[in-house]
Design a protein around this ligand. Structure first.
Ligand code: HBI
Length: 306
């Protein structure tokens, strides 16, 4: 098939601002091309995607849905890059058999019935904003099986009984190497942002006396400063945002990965990346992690870790 992939609206593809959904888009595109489908990615200007056919579109990126209040009106930037991306998609829709949306935004769901070419959606987060939830439910009823989610746990946050395709997530195991020797350090890999709960990982590192090696996009500098002020005893080493080969080399040298989400993590790609490197995962029994292997019943008072 000829498939048009429409990227996330929050930042350029490859910048790390889109978090796990960037890895999902890249891995899906690689596998679809390996199966002889023709793939074209549309993303904001400034994007880079090595072997992928890419069209970049100028415009203003969108505010993060997770930072908006649940019942607030939808905010669209004046020169929204997403509006421009979907206008572009409309002009060339007849050259494609399928359009796949990866943005968690109002517009692509609203436009679904207005396109001749079928539009399907990979929803990358759990329920966050009422106006988008309403649209997703409308899409589900009007176009059953056009909605993909990582996990049933994530899908259920939009209400029970909707016809989701549960797609899980996958990684290219050739990119991850097992390292037999671990150094006395724990790892934390995510966008540096409040919904990821870095302060809890810092507290765990302080409690164990282990260095915490932090990898991921520096999304919220003031939050990073706050975490350091909250846990002065923790030895926190920020290693930056890196492409998979470099990230997994750091991750593989650690004794364990801490996952401390404050929201319903839709999947948590880094959990399977750590396991691919032979690194045990310590996470909350919340969100998609409940599906992952249990590692330890309780680590802190009252906090159930899995
Ligand atoms: N917020 N408005 C908006 N649109 C997105 O596509 C989006 C987002 N927040 C986070 C996000 N995408 C991705 O980082 C997660 O889906 C992984």
């Amino acid at each position: 098939m000829r498939i048009l992939l429409m990227s996330t609206s929050v930042g350029p593809f490859g910048s790390g601002i889109g978090g796990g959904v960037e890895l999902t888009i890249y891995n899906l595109a690689q596998e679809l091309m390996a199966r002889s489908h023709q793939i074209q990615l549309v993303a904001p200007v400034g994007s880079s995607a090595d072997t992928l056919a890419l069209t970049t579109i100028p415009g203003e990126v969108h505010p993060f849905a997770q930072n908006e209040s649940r019942s607030a009106d939808i905010r669209v930037p004046a020169r929204s890059v997403l509006n421009a991306m979907w206008q572009f998609a409309q002009t060339l829709q007849h050259s494609y058999d399928l359009i796949l949306n990866f943005a968690y935004d109002w517009l692509p769901f609203y436009l679904t019935p207005f396109f001749d070419t079928p539009v399907a959606h990979f929803v990358s987060m759990g329920s966050l904003l009422d106006p988008i939830d309403d649209l997703i439910r409308q899409c589900a009823h009007r176009f059953p099986h056009r909605l993909g989610a990582y996990t049933q746990t994530q899908a259920d946050t939009f209400g029970l009984g909707l016809p989701w395709q549960i797609l899980s997530s996958g990684i290219d195991l050739n990119l991850y190497e097992y390292q037999p020797q671990a150094e006395p350090a724990l790892a934390w890999v995510a966008r540096i942002a409040p919904e990821k709960g870095l302060e809890d990982a810092a507290a765990a590192a302080a409690a164990t006396g282990l260095e915490l090696r932090i990898l991921g996009k520096m999304q919220d500098e003031s939050y990073w400063q706050w975490v350091q002020s909250q846990v002065p005893a923790a030895q926190l080493t920020y290693l930056g945002f890196h492409p998979t080969p470099v990230m997994q080399a750091h991750l593989g040298r650690c004794q364990g990965l801490l996952m401390t989400p404050k929201w319903i993590e839709a999947f948590g790609n880094v959990a399977i990346e750590a396991l691919a490197c032979g690194v045990p995962v310590i996470s909350y029994a919340r969100g998609a992690h409940r599906n992952h292997q249990t590692w330890q019943d309780r680590l802190f008072s009252g906090t159930r870790w899995h």
